[in-house]
Design a binder for this molecule. Structure first.
Ligand code: PLP
Length: 241
């Protein structure tokens, strides 16, 4: 570990973390939500281990990664118990087994095929993993996730698979500034969540939505977990394991 890199990340967090926490708290209050009800997932993807070390030293305990290889490397370095490790990026089915072996929560379960692979891996290992179903609320081809039209039925089916503890839903809004577009995407996830929670036994009410550019709107629309990278750690460095 490089001590100067650690100092850089720690110094940056001293400025950014209080700001991000204030922004979240202000959005909670503005939305009439309980302060502290939104969980901050610090997205350390594409940043080196010094970044993770700085995050842990700053008291952050929910860390998000988007590549299995990088998640494995960081979990190996810090230990499974050092943090709650969130897998937030697209997963190929052939990596399902590796993902469930290291992640505490997988936000990016985006198809029944992947869910079934994860379930079989977990049944073999007698494990249980918390998952969220990722929904493509924008309809953009570049985004993965269950299509809104078939999401209810497929996610209901997913929630019956052994080994998977379905805690709720996740989405990524389009990368735009237009608040109306963001609101539409987040509100559609919330409505889907409401119908799954009332119709599917034991379905969880978590809503993982909101990133650096859209966290205020996401919290106003009911987010329970925001995934924040850039606002905390600056531009990604392209580090890979
Ligand atoms: C990278 C990433 C984030 C964090 O994005 P920022 O804009 O840097 O806050 C959140 N969610 C997912 C799925 C990501 O891949």
């Amino acid at each position: 570990m490089s001590s100067s890199l650690l100092t850089t990340y720690s110094g940056r967090l001293t400025e950014t973390l209080p700001r991000v926490r204030e922004q979240i708290a202000a959005a909670e209050v503005a939305a009439g939500r309980v302060e502290g009800s939104v969980r901050l997932i610090a997205v350390t993807k594409s940043h080196p281990i010094e970044c993770v070390e700085a995050a842990l030293q700053a008291g952050l305990r929910d860390l998000g990664e988007n590549r299995v290889e990088e998640l494995e490397g960081k979990v190996e370095h810090f230990g499974a118990d050092a943090a709650t490790w969130h897998m937030i990026g697209h997963l190929q089915s052939r990596k399902a087994q590796r993902a469930v072996a290291v992640a505490d929560m997988v936000h990016s379960v985006d198809s029944l095929k992947l869910a079934r692979k994860m379930s079989s891996a977990l049944v073999e290992d007698r494990g249980l993993v918390e998952v969220l179903a990722q929904v493509n609320t924008s309809g953009e081809e570049s985004k993965s996730g269950f299509a809104v039209a078939s999401a209810f039925d497929e996610i209901a089916e997913m929630s019956e698979l052994p080994g998977l503890h379905v805690k709720g839903l996740m989405t990524m809004a389009p990368f735009v500034e237009d608040e109306a577009v963001l609101t539409t995407a987040f509100a559609s996830l919330r409505r889907l969540s409401e119908s799954l929670v009332s119709n599917v036994d034991g379905f969880g009410a978590e809503l993982s939505m909101g990133m650096t550019n859209d966290l205020d709107v996401a919290i106003r629309e009911g987010s329970t977990m925001v995934r924040i990278g850039t606002a905390l750690f600056g531009p990604r460095t392209g580090y890979t394991t």
